[in-house]
Design a protein around this ligand. Structure first.
Ligand code: B12
Ligand code: SF4
Length: 463
C-alpha cells in the first residue's frame, strides 16, 4: 500500500521563496505534522512525504498512491483543495487533517473524502485500516492526544534540503490570546512529552540546527519551568551538540538558572510575542501575561541576550487601538527593547479564534470569498476592516515600520551593539538582511494585492 503525505505550498508566503532570496533557505521549515503521521503509520505502508515548499513534483510521473493525506494551515487550504481534486480525479481517496480542516470541517468535507479533526495520534492507525478495507468514514475526531503516544517523528523521510530540523516537546497553551488558534486547537492544558522521548528524537535529527516548534517551550507556571529545566539538563547530559531556536513568553527572562541551562543546552535564539507597544493593545488581545505590573521589557530582553541568546520579537498591527503612526511606534519600541529582529504581522481573524467570532459578528472580515481568499490568510496581508486604518493606510504603516527598523543605519547599530556586547554580530547581520530582503518581496506582493482589491496603485519600493 502506497501513501502520499503532502504539505501544500502557498506562493504568497515569502519565506519559502528561496529563488528570490537565498537567505530564505534557512527559513523553510519542515512540516512536522507529516513526519509525525509517518511515525504513526504501520510498516506495510510505503510512504512518500512531499513538501511543496521545497519543490512541487510532477505528480503525473509519480506512481499512483492508494491514499493521499494532506495537511494545511488556513493559508494553504486553497492549494490543498486543488491537490485533493487532482487525486480524487484519479480515483485515489484523499484524507485531510490539521488546523484548517479542524476549524472548517464542513468546507473541507466538500473537497476531500475524509477529514481528521484534532490531533491524529489516537485515530490515524484506524483511518489507515479503514482505507485498506475501502471503508473510509467521512470524519474522525482525534481530540487531544496523550503525550506519551506522540511517536518519534520520521526525520529520515525528510532527510535533505533543510537547514533546520524540527521537534515538538509540548502542546497546548492556557493563555488563549484572542487572535491565536493554539488554545482552540491544542487545548488550554499545557501537555509535555516524556523527556526521554524528546532526547531520543533529537538524537535522530541530522541537522545541527533545530526549531523547537512548541508555542511556549517553558510554559507559564513554576512546575512548567521546572520541567523545562529538567529537559535542558537531559539535553546537556546527552551531549547533543545541537543549536536550537524556540518560542517562549517573556517570563523566560525571569529565571537566571533557566536561562543558563537553556544556553548550555544549545539555545541560540528565542521568538517572543510582544504583540503591542501599548497596554490598551495588550488588553485588547488578551495577552495578560505581558501586562504584568512593573515588567521592564528592555531589561528582560537584555537578561536573555547576556546568555548569547538572540531575541526576535513579534508585534501585531491593526488593533482597534492602533491609530495612524502605529508602524513607526512599533519600530521605535522594538529598537528601544533592543530586539535583534522584528517580525510584524497584520491582525488576522483566523477561523476558530475569538477574534474570528468577534469580527464575523461585526461584519469586519473583508476578504471572505472562500476558499479562494484563504491564500491571503498568511498574516502578511490585511484581510479585515480595521477600526482606524484604511486598507492602503495599514499597508503604509507596515512599510513604515519595516523601513524604520530595517534601515541600513539601524541594522548597523544592532550589529555594532552585538559586537560590543560580545554576542553574535554575524548572525544578527544575516538575520536582519534576510528580513530586509523579504520586505522587498512583500512590497511587490502589496502592490499586486492592492491592485486586485481595486484600491489605489501603491508606490511600494524599498528605499
Ligand atoms: C512550526 C509552525 C510554523 C512553521 C511551519 C512549518 C511547517 N512547514 O509546517 C512556520 C514558521 C514556517 C510557520 C508559518 C506560518 N504559520 Co505557523 N505554526 C507553527 C506551529 C508553531 C507548530 C506547527 C507544528 O509543527 N506542530 C506540530 C505538529 C505535530 O502538530 P500539527 O501540525 O497540529 O499536526 C497534528 C494534527 O494537526 C494532525 N494533522 C496535521 N496535519 C494532518 C494531516 C492529516 C492527513 C491528518 C490525518 C492529521 C493531520 O496530526 C498531527 C499530529 O497530531 C503552529 C502552532 C501549533 N501549535 O501547531 C503554528 C501555526 C500552525 N501557524 C500559524 C500561522 C498563522 C502561520 C502563518 C500563516 C503566519 C505566521 N505565523 O508566520 C505562516 C504560514 C505558513 C504557510 N506555509 O502558509 C497558525 C495557523 C492557524 C491557521 N488557522 O492556519 C498556528 C496554529 C499558530 C497560531 N498562533 O495560531 N508556522
Ligand atoms: S499567542 Fe502564544 S501565549 Fe497567546 S494563546 Fe497563542 S500560544 Fe498562547
Amino acid at each position: 500500500m502506497r501513501l502520499y503525505l503532502i504539505n501544500p505550498s502557498n506562493p504568497l508566503v515569502t519565506i519559502t521563496r528561496v529563488k528570490e532570496s537565498r537567505w530564505n533557505r534557512y527559513r523553510v521549515w519542515k512540516p512536522l505534522s507529516l513526519i509525525v503521521l509517518a511515525g504513526l503509520t504501520p510498516p506495510e505502508w510505503e510512504i512518500l512525504v512531499v513538501d511543496e515548499n521545497l519543490r512541487i513534483p510532477d505528480y503525473e510521473t509519480l506512481p499512483r498512491p492508494d491514499l493521499v493525506g494532506i495537511t494545511a494551515f488556513t493559508s494553504q487550504a486553497n492549494r490543498a483543495y486543488q491537490l485533493a481534486a487532482h487525486f480524487r480525479g484519479l480515483g485515489v481517496p484523499v484524507v485531510m487533517g490539521g488546523i484548517h480542516a479542524t476549524m472548517c470541517l464542513d468546507e473541507a468535507l466538500q473537497h476531500v473524502d475524509s477529514v481528521v479533526t484534532g490531533e491524529a495520534e489516537g485515530v490515524w492507525p484506524q483511518v489507515l485500516e479503514d482505507a485498506r478495507q475501502n471503508d473510509l468514514k467521512r470524519s474522525y475526531d482525534g481530540g487531544l492526544a496523550e503525550m506519551k503516544d506522540v511517536p518519534l517523528a520520521r526525520h529520515d523521510l525528510l532527510a535533505t534540503g533543510y537547514a533546520l530540523g524540527a521537534i515538538q516537546t509540548t502542546r497546548g497553551c492556557p493563555l488563549n490570546c484572542s487572535f491565536c488558534s493554539v488554545t482552540a486547537f491544542n487545548g488550554a492544558k499545557y501537555r509535555q512529552r516524556p523527556i526521554p522521548d524528546v532526547v531520543r528524537e533529537l538524537q535522530s535529527i541530522r541537522e545541527k540546527h533545530v526549531l523547537v516548534v512548541d508555542d511556549n517551550l517553558i510554559g507559564t507556571r513554576s512546575d512548567h519551568i521546572e520541567r523545562a529545566k529538567e529537559l535542558f539538563r537531559a539535553m546537556c547530559r546527552a551531549n547533543l551538540g545541537k543549536e536550537w531556536l524556540a518560542q517562549a513568553t517573556i517570563n523566560f527572562a525571569d529565571d537566571e538558572e533557566l536561562l543558563a541551562l537553556a544556553a548550555k543546552a544549545g539555545c541560540g535564539g528565542v521568538f517572543i510575542g510582544f504583540e503591542s507597544p501599548t497596554p490598551e493593545g495588550l488588553a485588547e488581545l488578551g495577552k495578560k501575561f505581558n501586562l504584568l505590573k512593573g515588567r521592564e521589557f528592555r531589561a528582560s530582553v537584555r537578561r536573555i541576550q547576556r546568555h548569547r541568546i538572540l531575541v526576535v520579537g513579534s508585534f501585531i498591527i491593526g488593533l482597534d487601538s492602533d491609530e495612524p503612526g502605529i508602524g513607526r511606534r512599533i519600530a521605535e519600541t522594538a529598537a528601544q527593547y533592543g530586539l535583534d529582529n522584528l517580525n510584524v504581522l497584520f491582525l488576522t481573524p483566523l477561523p476558530g479564534t475569538r477574534l474570528w467570532d468577534e469580527m464575523k459578528a461585526q461584519d469586519r472580515v473583508a476578504l471572505d470569498a472562500f476558499p479562494e481568499d484563504w491564500k491571503y490568510y498568511t498574516l502578511t496581508f490585511p484581510v479585515a476592516r480595521y477600526k482606524h486604518l484604511s486598507l492602503p493606510g495599514i499597508i503604509d504603516e507596515m512599510l513604515s515600520c519595516d523601513r524604520t527598523f530595517y534601515s541600513m543605519p539601524q541594522i548597523m547599530r544592532r550589529v555594532w551593539g552585538s559586537v560590543w556586547q560580545r554576542r553574535r554580530p554575524l548572525i544578527t547581520l544575516l538575520g536582519n538582511l534576510s528580513y530586509r530582503r523579504n520586505l522587498q518581496l512583500n512590497c511587490a506582493g502589496y502592490a499586486d494585492f492592492l491592485q486586485k482589491q481595486g484600491a489605489r496603485q501603491a508606490r511600494v519600493s524599498v528605499s
